[in-house]
Design a binder for this molecule. Structure first.
Ligand SMILES: *Cc1c(COP(=O)(O)O)cnc(C)c1O
Length: 362
């Protein structure tokens, strides 16, 4: 147990972040995006923490909707990719899930849907420029009319689009996507939803009736050079382990696999019990900060499966058994992500099964 890497999920931070999103997005309603096991924080755990506080949950797949219903959640749940096959529709009706509808194939399945199981609530997804999912803007009015006449569908049809780079606050592409969405949905009835986390911060025009926030809920940022804390959010995950060895290694010796890092002098090298087998990124560069006790020290050498090596020259008080924090409120995961060539979301989503999850109210 002492060698276990621990992900501590801060339930108070989740609740704080949701409140902060509400303030920023008001009067819009908030869909708490809990796809990918709540960005690696644990679907049921996060949903329990936010029960009653979020206006709806958003998930990627029917299976996650089923998990939330099984856990007893009664809120609206929006399945962001909608049905993947015809049979999913009856299941979504049974579970009372909202379906995003983005493709002609789904329209065909829906046209054969009977209203007897209750009317399915749908969100029509328009591709305003990201070119992943959605109907072409020119098709929006026609598809909306088609959906509105289907007996198995709730006539209050939501209108949705997704941004490709809303974290670029002065970018032309988001401006253009907002414009295209507005034109495509002009005169159509129904609630509008455009904004993901970054758009809530940077694109007030996109807040509309519902925002769909994931990253910010967990205190994460995708804005270059900024952490969630810079916007008033609190990190909802601390990843920690222990220091299990300190060795004095001589000048000119090389550390770890392939000897990527050479000791410039005789020096103390710390070894912490975490590696890519836990989800700490193998691509983390030498110099990535790691907290030992109350101090940040640089990672040195290559991240291995179970272990990392640390330069302890500036931490003379460090001792075996000390707590080591890889990221958390005192060490933004965005910094580790930037040093690893990825984004914070990728890291929190990447926790492996051997990581022990615990909760606190912080
Ligand atoms: C993941 C996702 C979101 C949430 O994005 P964040 O950047 O995490 O806020 C919103 N909408 C859709 C369609 C998504 O797939």
């Amino acid at each position: 147990m002492s060698r276990t890497t621990v992900a501590t999920i801060h339930l108070g931070a989740l609740r704080h972040n949701l409140e902060r999103i509400r303030e920023l997005a008001a009067p819009a309603k908030v869909m708490a995006v809990v796809k990918a096991d709540a960005y690696g924080h644990g679907l049921e755990r996060v949903a329990r923490a936010l029960d009653g506080a979020a206006d709806a949950f958003a998930v990627a797949s029917l299976g996650d909707g089923l998990r939330l219903r099984a856990a007893g959640h009664r809120q609206r749940i929006v399945v962001l990719s909608g049905p993947d096959q015809a049979g999913d529709i009856a299941e979504m009706q049974r579970l009372g899930l909202d379906a995003a509808i983005h493709h002609e194939s789904q329209l065909h399945w829906l046209s054969e849907t009977s209203p007897t199981r209750g009317r399915l609530r749908v969100w029509m997804k328009i591709d305003s420029g990201m070119h992943r999912l959605g109907f072409a803007p020119e098709r929006a009015a026609t598809v909306h009319a088609q959906l509105a006449t289907m007996p198995g569908i709730d006539p209050d049809i939501g209108l949705m689009t997704h941004f490709a780079e809303s974290e670029v606050f002065d970018g032309e592409r988001t401006r253009q996507q907002i414009e295209r969405f507005r034109n495509a949905t002009y005169g159509l009835s129904g609630p509008r939803s455009l904004a993901n986390s970054a758009a809530v911060l940077g694109w007030p025009d996109a807040r509309a009736d519902w925002v769909r926030t994931g990253g910010m809920l967990y205190g994460l940022s995708v804005v270059d050079g900024k952490s969630g804390a810079d916007f008033g959010f609190r990190a909802a995950m601390t990843l920690s382990t222990r220091l299990i060895a300190i060795n004095t290694i001589g000048r000119g010796e090389r550390i770890g696999y392939n000897g990527l890092w050479e000791c410039p002098e005789d020096m103390p090298v710390g070894v912490a019990a975490v590696g890519y087998g836990d989800g700490y990124p193998r691509s983390a560069a030498a110099g990535t900060p790691v907290r030992v006790g109350n101090r940040c020290v640089p990672l040195i050498g290559r991240v291995s499966m179970d272990l990392i090596t640390l330069d302890l020259r500036d931490a003379p008080e460090a001792k075996v058994g000390d707590r080591v924090v890889l990221w958390g409120p005192e060490l933004p995961v965005e910094i580790v992500a930037a040093q690893s060539g990825t984004i914070s979301y990728d890291l929190t989503c990447g926790m492996t099964r051997r990581v022990l999850f615990v909760e606190d109210d912080a």
